[in-house]
Design a protein around this ligand. Structure first.
Ligand SMILES: C[S@@+](CC[C@H](N)C(=O)[O-])C[C@H]1O[C@@H](n2cnc3c(N)ncnc32)[C@H](O)[C@@H]1O
Length: 468
């Protein structure tokens, strides 16, 4: 009956063949279904364009399927994907909008679940919006000639008060809002561009915020960093222009000034620019430079926070970054050192009970070990390295201060990685998760490293004091 309900909507002629019909089918037949009370014979397929078999008799269904296939007809056997040469996806019908959900016959229950979610999301009269939009198309086209402005007007109509009025059946409200939108669109000589600085999280696409998703969908231009997972770009419009700024010709970061110029240039064209950054834009994201360049050009800029790598990596290995009594502060530091020595307060970081996360520290890890040991940190201070956090390629290694540099080379860790120092599951009363690898040198090897570090630090002090 379900199939017949659907087929009744077609303008084609629907013949229904059966030795007898239930009451429901007889009542539903009306003028659109032609009921023929007869046993199936192959010549019943003559003149058919498409065939459905739904007899509850597998043998009969198989005969119908064989007959249809012999005539090269599309055949769908209900609950018989192996006998069918096409499938009927579940549909959400909001005429003229139709959403089809197919699982290639593998899991109709999943299709039903998706269907009911979409149905809950789209009001029953959602199609009315599409019908009204069709009627308005020409008028909007003629009134607003600038294509960017026109798109804005459509978005305002279809996502704002006009939509609400149409769906509520409020004709007067819809007309007032339509006239208001057309008048304000017409009055603007040039659309106003904007920039949104969007933190896209550590990698896993589900870890972006709903707000980031909305801004991505609205963006005309995407300016994309290297660490942004490509899957996240699926949230953007297909026609959005994409500019990759993560890599220059030799794989270097594009110059920051060039990125600033691109943001300003695109926004001045009236585009909504989404500047996509890994993690959170305000954590080692050079956000301030981009914000001041955009503001200096008089362009509005908004910041959408994201989940920073340290938080995501800690969560992915179940490692709390603060503990009520034992770890009362947590610091993030950068290991990047393009301009010389790493300028950190080593004495403070080496104090017992300190906990911190090193970003961009894989390459400079030996310097962290040397400086921290020289400043008095214990070689057994716990270290946890999380590489490619939240991605399927994630790897995590538990080590200690004396051993973690060797762990990085022994395990072939190249980053991106966050290195946690001073945090341990045991301190939190938790056991270490099974998927975490371990790499810890023997105490003797560690002590040797500590002595080497102390010697190196002593030499540095002598040079600074002028005693060398
Ligand atoms: C230029 S910083 C950008 C940080 C970013 N703004 C954030 O909030 O996460 C790049 C560093 O972030 C860290 N990082 C970013 N994504 C990561 C991930 N999925 N797993 C581990 N570390 C990551 C690494 O330390 C990498 O070197």
């Amino acid at each position: 009956m379900q199939k017949l309900r659907l087929l009744r909507k077609t303008t084609g002629r629907v013949r229904v063949l059966a030795p007898h019909f239930c009451e429901e089918i007889e009542q539903a037949a009306g003028t659109t279904l032609h009921l023929e009370q007869a046993e199936f014979t192959e010549d019943a397929l003559d003149g058919a364009a498409i065939v459905f078999a739904a007899s509850d008799d597998p043998e009969l269904d198989a005969r119908v399927a064989a007959g249809a296939m012999a005539r090269n007809l599309p055949i769908n056997v209900v609950d018989g994907p192996a006998l069918s040469n096409f499938i009927m996806p579940a549909i959400v019908d909001r005429d003229p909008i139709v959403v089809a959900i197919g699982t290639e016959g593998t899991a109709p229950i999943l299709a039903r679940e998706i269907k009911s979610r979409i149905e809950a999301f789209l009001p029953a009269n959602f199609g009315e919006l599409a019908r009204r939009a069709k009627d308005l198309r020409q008028r909007v086209q003629e009134t607003i000639t600038d294509p960017v402005l026109r798109r804005r007007v459509w978005e305002n109509l279809l996502q704002g008060r006009w939509r609400a009025a149409v769906l509520a059946g409020d004709r007067t409200g819809a007309t007032t809002e339509l006239e208001r939108q057309l008048a304000s669109g017409e009055a603007q000589a040039q659309p106003l561009g904007s920039v949104a600085l969007i933190g896209c999280g550590p990698g896993e696409p589900d870890l972006i915020t709903l707000k980031a998703q909305q801004y991505l969908q609205a963006a005309d231009v995407l300016v994309v960093d290297r660490l942004v997972t490509p899957a996240i770009l699926e949230y953007a419009r297909r026609d959005a222009v994409r500019i990759d700024v993560g890599k220059g010709p030799e794989g270097d970061s594009a110059l920051q000034e060039e990125i600033n110029r691109i943001l300003v240039r695109e926004a001045l064209k009236g585009h909504r620019v989404a500047r996509l950054k890994g993690g959170d834009a305000f954590v080692f994201g050079r956000a301030a430079e981009e914000m001041s360049a955009v503001r200096a050009a008089g362009i509005p800029i908004e910041v959408v926070p994201g989940i920073t790598a340290a938080h995501a990596c800690a969560a992915s290995v179940g490692l709390p970054v603060t503990l009520r009594t034992k770890v009362r502060q947590f610091t993030v530091v950068t290991g990047a050192s393009a301009d010389g020595p790493i300028d950190l307060d080593w004495t403070a970081l080496a104090q017992p009970g300190q906990a911190f996360a090193i970003y961009m520290g894989v390459r400079t890890a030996p310097r962290f070990r040397e400086q921290l040991l020289a400043a008095g940190a214990a070689p057994r201070t716990p270290v946890v390295i999380v590489e490619n956090g939240t991605l399927t390629s994630q790897r995590s290694v538990a080590s200690d201060l004396g051993s973690f540099v060797d762990a990085i080379s022994a395990k072939g860790i190249r980053g991106p990685a966050v290195i946690f120092v001073g945090l341990d599951w045991a301190d939190a009363g938790l056991s270490r998760p099974d998927q975490i690898e371990t790499y810890i040198l023997s105490p003797a090897q560690s002590d040797t490293l500590a002595n080497i570090a102390n010697d190196a630090a002593a030499r540095t002090r002598s040079i600074v004091d002028g005693r060398c």
